[in-house]
Design a protein around this ligand. Sequence first.
Ligand code: HPA
Length: 293
Amino acid sequence: MSEVKDKLDTAVAFIREKTNFVPKIAMVLGSGLGDFAEKIEIELEIPYAAIPGFPVSTVSGHSGRFIFGNVNGVPVICMKGRVHYYEGYDITDVVLPIRVMGRLGAKFLILTNAAGGIQDGMEPGDLMMITDHISSFVPSPLKGENLEYGERFPDMSHVYDEELQRIITKSADETLYENAALALENDDNGSNIFSPLKKGVYCQLPGPNYETPAEIRMIKQLGADAVGMSTAIEAIAAHHLKMRVCGISCITNKAAGLQDKPLSHEEVKATSLKTEKHFTTLMMRIIEKISAL
Ligand code: HPA
């Protein structure tokens, strides 16, 4: 048996001993969605560290666990925190939690992350719906023996589901005014709450170092609108399992060379904290609409 399949089966069996919960929607709560966990009527939490064979995140602000629960009556499974390729795990281990959520029954996957903005006009605090990605700078998470649930050579023309993209666009339009009111009430002008949803191509680079300005110029030429160190490989693994995938980046900073101060993890965390409220409002609306599918 392949090691990947073995780990997957072991993790799913371990979780199934604890719960029969069948999620409809799986979510990865990246930086900027810490608040969202409070919206979940939690049934069960399982730390990644408790699951045999699971990779465990070492990054501050990424404490890792699965949360099983309901959001306005919709059964969801959330990854609070994720592991990154730069932590040293094999790429197949990095996507193991995604595959587990698929095997537990989730048909939809909402990915979120923090990203550097490249597209002209993008500002820290903006949200960007991912329309496509560039993953060519990291290995494929599908390497090795093919898992029987998906094809050996899966098509990647439509990784980000078009119906889900329409739902995100509509939800963002609807929440814009709600968010603006919220911002005024809280005297909050630090997050770009009035800024309409951006759309674009996310490029995953290996990290953990941020990019050089030359690298940002390169990926901009290649068509990237935002850059980060996660997500594309998770989208590939989920699409391979025929989950319907969508993704939203919280633009925490302008990418290297596009702002005059050095990049820092502190800046990334600070901006994502500021967007938590309106990101959460948007996500609630998206879930409500997906639940009707
Ligand atoms: N580059 C890579 N990853 C990131 C960035 C960035 O500028 N911002 C947040 N995550």
